[in-house]
Design a protein around this ligand. Structure first.
Ligand SMILES: Nc1ncnc2c1ncn2[C@@H]1O[C@H](COP(=O)(O)OP(=O)(O)OP(=O)(O)O)[C@@H](O)[C@H]1O
Ligand SMILES: [Mg+2]
Length: 241
């Protein structure tokens, strides 16, 4: 992840790390950890897309652009101009205009997804050129809009790292999405990494230190959950409940 991030940071163009693997193996955890580190170090603007929410991409864009809480076009415009010091000059004003139209909820012309996409892509490209963007697209298989969005980000030619996640088994369930993700993963700017279960040592540490179990219980949890952090956390959670 970091080597791809460094390549993006050096200006080698946008890239995507596509984390795949079984349910509960730690894909979202890894993506969020990366996002937190990048945000703490101020290396890029973090953006999180939870693909299950309807309008997930728009929600995420609203958040990242500092427009949270602004509902009308004027409010969005005002907040964008004030809270996004990334934009300077004439380009800024026309981008802010286009974005405020795309993001506002009261716009009588109610832009289509296609129109919003164009504005989002351009707005995020401007932001990325100034500071870099790390966009986590979680459960990308849950929503075709999320795939559009990830592809758009990669087509901007600006410093954006997209970290996408998808369950291997979810891809098998939906043939159309699976075909799209197959093409997505085959792009030269996308690197698929399969997240595998925790190695025995790390799994043992998680079970013993994080969950504070006695030795005999810990051994049983380790055996039953076989490197899957979700199973371990849930199994013990059930006992507590
Ligand atoms: N390396 C880790 N250290 C400690 N806890 C972890 C680690 N990886 C995952 N977990 C925990 O295991 C659980 C499952 O992880 P996560 O949600 O990232 O799985 P996932 O692969 O995204 O699953 P899904 O496919 O269902 O979305 C979470 O509670 C998470 O906090
Ligand atoms: Mg997940």
């Amino acid at each position: 992840l970091w080597s791809v991030f460094r390549a993006v940071h050096r200006g080698e163009g946008p890239r995507c790390v596509f984390l795949t693997g079984a349910s509960g193996v730690g894909k979202t955890f890894l993506a969020l950890w990366m996002m937190r580190r990048v945000a703490e170090l101020g290396l890029a603007i973090p953006i999180f897309v939870h693909s299950h929410e309807s309008g997930a991409v728009l929600h995420a864009a609203r958040r990242v652009l500092g427009a949270l809480g602004a509902r009308t076009r004027e409010e969005v415009r005002h907040r964008l101009a004030r809270t996004v010091p990334l934009w300077v000059g004439d380009e800024a004003m026309s981008e802010i205009d286009a974005l405020s139209r795309a993001l506002a909820e009261d716009d009588e012309s109610s832009p289509t997804w296609r129109e919003r996409r164009v504005s989002l892509r351009r707005g995020l490209a401007v932001a990325a050129r100034r500071r870099g963007v790390l966009a986590v697209v979680d459960d990308i298989d849950a929503n075709p809009d999320a795939i559009d969005f990830a592809e758009d980000m990669l087509d901007t030619g600006t410093p954006i790292l997209v970290v996408a996640t998808a369950q291997t088994e979810a891809r098998a369930r939906q043939p159309e999405i699976a075909a799209r993700l197959e093409r997505f993963a085959a792009r030269a700017d996308v690197e698929e990494i399969e997240v595998t279960p925790l190695p025995p040592d790390a799994h043992r540490r998680l079970v013993r230190e994080l969950l504070l179990l006695s030795d005999s219980l810990a051994e049983e949890v380790e055996r039953t959950t076989d490197g899957n952090p979700l199973f371990a956390v849930e199994l013990v959670g059930d006992w507590i409940a």
